[in-house]
Design a binder for this molecule. Structure first.
Ligand SMILES: [Zn+2]
Length: 302
């Protein structure tokens, strides 16, 4: 599932590629993903709107549109957005840039995971060039909501979100407050609780806890002050590094060019069970915690 670094990569890409563009049309083969409208009403309400910008809280993405509307997207398990620009260089109006054989080397769109196109937006930029945003979603769990910006911001699930792990509000003091609310909680579960800290999921909790040398099952009340500081620093370090490397493509995550991220190459414990710890040589272990697998080194982590 895309976590904070993957969603941030998509947000950055979209701000670069489609900001200022206008929606021309929308198509869907899976209208069930649209949670608050019929397909017909969704089409009626989105066409003609300009894209002002894209932002994120945790794993939730918001596309702010003209007329005070916001498109809220949750990529869930396998959702990802692909931006394709129309190529007019060959005077071929229907040919997409990505199908140009000259750039085939960089063409990731043929990748199988990019082929589950459920929804499509056609956009027009200021120079009247057409672009397409394709929403690939193999498992069909992704979610789309279009409403007034105010109403989106006030959705129960959005208001319930905890502090975003890379926001300026996520200070050490804030982290400390969050931990103190759950003294009996296990750190491996607390880190993934979106209503406490927004953005960390299964991949990054394992990597963060390895970096901080703390076992996933430790109770909050047993974690010392120096360890808390180390853990806070590890959250920032791992997430920033993952954003820089454009996320982790453990399985199906792809960026808006259809390309995989780079963080899977530097994973130290996630899905590295039965392999030697890079620091001490002990075999990495795997356990289920909070209904998901967690990976750790039983020697390096205390
Ligand atoms: Zn180790």
């Amino acid at each position: 599932m895309p976590e904070l670094p993957e969603v941030q990569t998509v947000v950055n890409d979209l701000n670069e590629k489609i900001k200022g563009d206008v929606v021309v049309s929308f198509w869907s083969e899976w209208p069930k993903a649209i949670k608050n409208k019929t397909l017909k009403n969704f089409q009626k309400e989105i066409v003609g709107r300009q894209i002002f910008g894209v932002r994120r809280i945790g794993k939730n993405m918001f596309v702010d549109l003209s007329g005070g509307k916001t498109l809220y997207i949750h990529l869930k398990m396998t959702g990802h957005l692909l931006v394709k620009e129309q190529d007019t260089r060959n005077n071929n109006q229907t040919k997409l840039k990505t199908q140009n054989p000259n750039i085939k080397k960089e063409n990731y769109f043929d990748d199988r995971v990019n082929q589950y196109i459920r929804h499509k937006w056609i956009l027009k930029d200021k120079k009247n060039r057409l672009k397409t945003i394709e929403f690939s979603d193999m498992r069909k769990f992704a979610k789309i909501v279009l409403d007034d910006t105010e109403k989106i911001n006030n959705l129960k699930e959005i208001k319930a979100l905890g502090t975003d792990a890379l926001s300026p509000e996520f200070t050490f003091q804030k982290f400390q407050e969050i931990l103190e609310r759950k003294p009996k909680g296990q750190i491996g579960i607390i880190l993934m609780d979106q209503n406490l800290i927004a953005g960390i999921g299964n991949i990054y909790r394992s990597e963060i806890l390895f970096e901080a040398e703390i076992l996933p099952e430790r109770r909050i009340e047993k974690i010392t002050m120096p360890e808390r500081k180390k853990l806070y620093a590890a959250i920032g370090k791992i997430l920033k590094k993952a954003v820089k490397l454009r996320g982790t493509s453990d399985s199906d995550y792809r960026d808006t060019a259809g390309a995989p991220g780079g963080f899977q190459k530097v994973l130290k414990v996630y899905r590295r069970d039965k392999q030697a710890c890079q620091k001490c040589g002990t075999i990495i272990q795997r356990k289920t915690l909070g209904q998901r697998s967690v990976f750790f080194c039983p020697k390096c982590q205390k």
